[in-house]
Design a protein around this ligand. Structure first.
Ligand code: IMP
Ligand code: MG
Length: 338
């Protein structure tokens, strides 16, 4: 078997947390891995509770799944302890011993950097500064911290053995294609590549290990921080349409624009998507709210999804119709058969 990879197709905040949690619950992966770092917040709403996760894999809601942080990820101890407390999954978590650790000085360094703060609009979490230290070979790794001794291990070795044994694993990407250090509009980007290939590499797996590659789009586009946003609406117009969101990590207002086929097409092609997930369909079509079956969707909503499939030449297999993880239409049987 192989790895299912979930990545964002726009500027982050597409709802990867919700989609990943849904897959984790329904598909019973033996291992779920999260890459990236604490600048990315993934929201999971399930069983009447809400979590805002910056490190722990969103699939933690499945108690049978082992949780892993990748060797390419960057962790922060305070965030880790807080999330372990909130998710109660301490016994299931392991961190690759080569994962990097962000220190207070990294955050201070970013917040002192006027270009990063004012022009790029960094989340100020120290991720870029820590990444730069990794490149300069000055970063401390998880294995250097006594507090982490009970959590570290060879996650790469474990993932290789799992795929070789035929187990299913889930790789949760962070941020979106257009925030990629390589593919986004430099310098208005984050400090890592955000593509499916990079997710594999951050987890320590190879191209042959990729199975399904799911690119997540929201039914409209949002962006926080600086940089271009094609078709950007005024704040008033965004609010009127119900598209004005508040960022998970920084509490800033997100800028908003209509769904963009041209952006989506490039994201689908570079990620070599095999499936598309669309979230927040209920924001575009309020009558879609909470629907869990394709047939229950209003016809305009179905037409809209079918146009996305046609334009992007890729099946839309998962559709989010509300915040709750189970408010999801799963068309995978219909598309691929039982
Ligand atoms: P940094 O990666 O925190 O330095 O932020 C660089 C740029 O990427 C800024 O415009 C941030 O708003 C944006 N960014 C970083 N992570 C996320 C995310 O998870 N969601 C949305 N935007 C992000
Ligand atoms: Mg987010």
């Amino acid at each position: 078997m192989s790895a299912t990879i979930v990545v964002g197709g726009f500027y982050g905040d597409e709802g990867k947390g919700k989609i990943t949690a849904y897959l984790g619950l329904k598909d019973d992966y033996s291992i779920a891995v999260r890459v990236g770092s604490v600048n990315a917040g993934h929201t999971v709403v399930y069983g009447g509770r809400r979590w805002k996760l910056r490190l722990i894999p969103s699939a933690f809601i499945n108690p049978n799944t082992r949780l892993r942080l990748a060797l390419g990820s960057l962790i922060r101890l305070d965030v880790l302890w807080r999330e372990l407390e909130e998710t109660k999954c301490s016994g299931r978590l392991r961190i690759d011993y080569r994962a990097g650790v962000i220190e207070q000085r990294h955050r201070e360094q970013e917040l002192r950097d006027e270009f990063l703060v004012k022009v790029v609009g960094t989340t100020g979490q120290g991720v870029g500064a820590a990444m730069a230290d990794r490149v300069m070979r000055k970063l401390k790794l998880a294995k250097d911290y006594a507090e982490l001794r009970g959590y570290i291990g060879d996650v790469v070795g474990e993932l290789l053995e799992a795929v070789e044994r035929g187990e299913k694993i889930l790789l949760e990407g962070t941020q979106g294609f257009y925030l990629s250090l390589l593919h986004g509009e430099y310098p208005y980007v984050t400090s890592r590549d955000t593509t499916a290939s990079a997710v594999l590499s951050e987890a320590g797996l190879g191209p042959k290990h990729a199975g399904e590659i799911i690119v997540v789009f929201k039914s409209y586009v949002t962006r926080v921080g600086g940089g271009p946003l094609p078709g950007e609406l005024s704040e008033e117009e965004a609010a009127k349409r119900g598209w004005l969101e508040i960022a998970t990590v920084t509490g800033r207002k997100r800028r908003a624009a209509p769904f963009n086929y041209e952006l989506a097409r490039r994201a689908v092609r570079v990620n070599s998507a095999t499936q598309i997930a669309v979230t927040k369909l209920d924001v575009l079509f309020p009558k879609a709210k909470g629907k869990r079956r394709w047939e229950e969707l209003p016809v305009e909503a179905r037409n809209w999804i079918e146009r996305v499939e046609e334009e992007l030449k890729t099946p839309v297999t998962l559709i989010g119709t509300g915040e709750e993880v189970l408010d999801t239409i799963d068309r995978r049987r219909e598309v691929y058969g039982p």
